[in-house]
Design a protein around this ligand. Structure first.
Ligand code: FEO
Length: 177
């Protein structure tokens, strides 16, 4: 049976992951409205992955005999100054999520909950990748600047991002293995 403090913290994290999905879908709509379909697609894949993250915590709580409680989701921003500004915000958001995951690990250690700590290590690694991909695209957008052709080339490239169906379903990684 999971400890109540950890149960509450994981419920908060489910909310944070669904908020991430909502934010990235809002960013996808921003790109869609500007004719940047590749960027919009990249954000849709990101949205699906965030639902997968929420789903992973959701399944884990049930596996541990905990209770899942859905909380209200905050409304995300709906406009940004530029594609570069969108990715500045993605990076900031992922850094915030990394902080939340680290706090969860600290709590699991303090509560001597080794199972939660083991499950969370998947997210520690995932956050390294999340921050790295946001930073990589942000750096490229800085180089592209006002070059419309460069932006269209990047749009075409991001349109090829594949969705990992296991990650979407929250089934990738050790928590549900
Ligand atoms: Fe669920 Fe992008 O971290």
């Amino acid at each position: 049976m999971i400890n109540k403090k950890i149960e509450e913290a994981i419920n908060n994290q489910i909310n944070a992951e669904i908020y991430s999905a909502y934010l990235y879908l809002s960013m996808s709509a921003y790109f869609q409205n500007r004719g940047l379909k590749g960027f919009a697609h990249w954000m849709e894949v990101q949205t699906a992955e965030e639902f997968g993250h929420a789903r992973k915590f959701y399944t884990y709580l049930f596996d541990r005999g905990g209770r899942v409680l859905m909380k209200p989701i905050e409304g995300p921003a709906t406009d940004w100054k530029s594609p570069e500004n969108v990715f500045e915000e993605v990076l900031k958001h992922e850094q915030k999520v990394t902080g939340l995951i680290n706090e969860l690990v600290n709590l699991a250690i303090a509560e001597k909950d080794h199972a939660s700590n083991a499950m969370l290590q998947w997210f520690v690694t995932e956050q390294v990748e999340e921050e790295a991909s946001a930073l990589e695209i942000l750096d490229e957008l800085k180089l592209i600047g006002n070059d419309g052709n460069g932006l269209l080339m990047k749009d075409r490239e991001l349109g090829g991002r594949a969705l990992n169906p296991l990650l979407f379903a929250g089934l990738a990684g050790p928590a549900t293995a």
